[in-house]
Design a protein around this ligand. Structure first.
Ligand SMILES: [Zn+2]
Length: 410
């Protein structure tokens, strides 16, 4: 039986003859005259394939048992009468799956060759994933080194280098990695002078067939670096998707590719300014305003200050921080309103020590009790109640009622 998948690497269907049939529990194993179904190896997944006999019924090939001497057995879920020795059968493989796996696998050889040639680094691991593949390389890398690798790998594609795959009986052949110890001939993969290695996977005929290699991510892994990469359609799809996102960003900022970086840096500076402003407000203004309000507040009982204040600020967070600061640093109850264009925000907050001492002074409860008087929405807990008021003139009524309740409930 010839392993045609090594000689005719792009053959996705084949008419051949059943040479032998082996029956197993509920399955039959078919040995064929010629074989295009790659059983997996060298880190590359097995083919997804089907077989159809005289009845034209299509059977999925469920597994392949490798047999170097007699030829591989292809197991299908069929009765022993479905196939006979000598039958002509047609075998089909899922080409998209095979091509994608060949691309990721051959792309790995190109990348490994580039890492070795540019930086003398060896490959220590490979995982060909369903969406992205991982390649482990000795040592650490930086962005500049990775950009060089990616550029070089894509130059190799442009150079259209033949990818040779043959069995060598030459024991003295010099390969990138140590050869396995075997008496059989060794299957060699050779990409010009970039890579020569022992490998039983299936590769493309020429590096140009890979179209594009993209490194999408890299990070430190144990003592080396793990690279996530895409090849062929996966790489092209990734780049097109990125491109369409980039176009949207350009439109959003009304920029072109020459001006977008500056625009984003300016955006960053503005954000930094806002952070500085927030820090200034928190560190300088909070204590000052807090002291002023405590000074002008009403001492209602046992050194408890009641503050009633209406603000008009676009910084809701500052009002909230202020109420928190006052109640944490004083024995105080604050009734604060912040007038906005449509609704006015209301905040009632009291120091925990007051609420612990006088359980009847409960912000959520006070809100509830006064809310029937005016149009307010909201509520809260023992120490903090928040909400909105539709009519600004209602606020003073609301606050006055809460104020008299506090005095009574004490
Ligand atoms: Zn290979």
């Amino acid at each position: 039986m010839e392993k045609l998948y090594y000689r005719k690497r792009y053959l996705d269907s084949l008419e051949t003859t059943v040479k032998e049939i082996v029956t197993s529990i509920g399955q039959v194993g078919l040995r064929l005259e010629e074989d295009i179904v790659f059983p997996g190896g060298g880190g590359q997944a097995a083919d997804i394939a089907s077989i159809a006999g005289n009845s034209n019924k299509i059977f999925d090939i469920l597994s392949v048992r490798e047999d170097e001497i007699n030829g591989n057995l292809h197991y299908v879920d069929a009765s022993s009468s479905a196939f006979n020795v000598g039958d002509r059968v047609s075998v089909n493989i899922d080409w998209k799956h095979r091509e994608d796996n060949m691309h990721q696998h051959s792309g790995q050889h190109v990348l490994s060759g580039c890492f070795y040639k540019l930086f003398g680094r060896n490959t220590t691991g490979l995982h060909i994933g369903k969406t992205v593949s991982q390649l482990d390389i000795e040592g650490l890398f930086d962005d500049e080194m990775v950009a060089k690798i990616e550029l070089y790998a894509n130059e190799i594609i442009q150079q259209s280098i033949e990818v040779e795959n043959y069995v060598s009986e030459d024991d003295n052949i010099v390969t990138r990695r140590k050869l396995p110890d075997t008496d059989n001939g060794i299957r060699i993969l050779k990409i010009g002078d970039l890579d020569i290695n022992a490998c039983c996977g299936i590769h493309v005929y020429n590096t140009r067939d890979l179209r594009l290699i993209k490194i999408v991510r890299y990070y430190k892994n144990k003592n080396g670096t793990r690279f996530e990469y895409l090849v062929g359609k996966r790489a092209v799809d990734f780049v097109l998707k990125r491109e369409s996102i980039f176009e949207k960003i350009l439109k959003l900022y009304s920029c072109n590719e020459d001006t977008i970086i500056n625009a984003l840096m300016n955006e960053g500076l503005k954000k930094d300014e806002l952070v500085l402003e927030k820090k200034y407000l928190e560190n300088k203004l909070l204590p000052t305003i807090s002291n002023e309000l405590i000074g002008s507040g009403e001492n209602i009982f046992d050194e408890v200050t009641l503050i009633t204040k209406v603000f008009s600020s676009d910084k809701k967070w500052f009002i909230e921080d202020l109420a928190k600061y006052i109640t944490e640093n004083n024995r105080a109850i604050v009734l604060i309103a912040n007038e906005k264009e449509n609704n006015t925000e209301i905040l009632l907050q009291c120091s925990k020590s007051i609420s612990d001492e006088y359980p009847m002074i409960n912000m959520g409860q006070l809100w509830k009790e006064s809310s029937h008087l005016v149009r307010v929405k909201g509520g809260g807990s023992k120490f903090l109640a928040q909400g909105i008021c539709e009519k600004t003139e209602d606020i003073l009524v609301f606050f006055a009622n809460i104020k008299s309740s506090i005095k009574n409930e004490k």
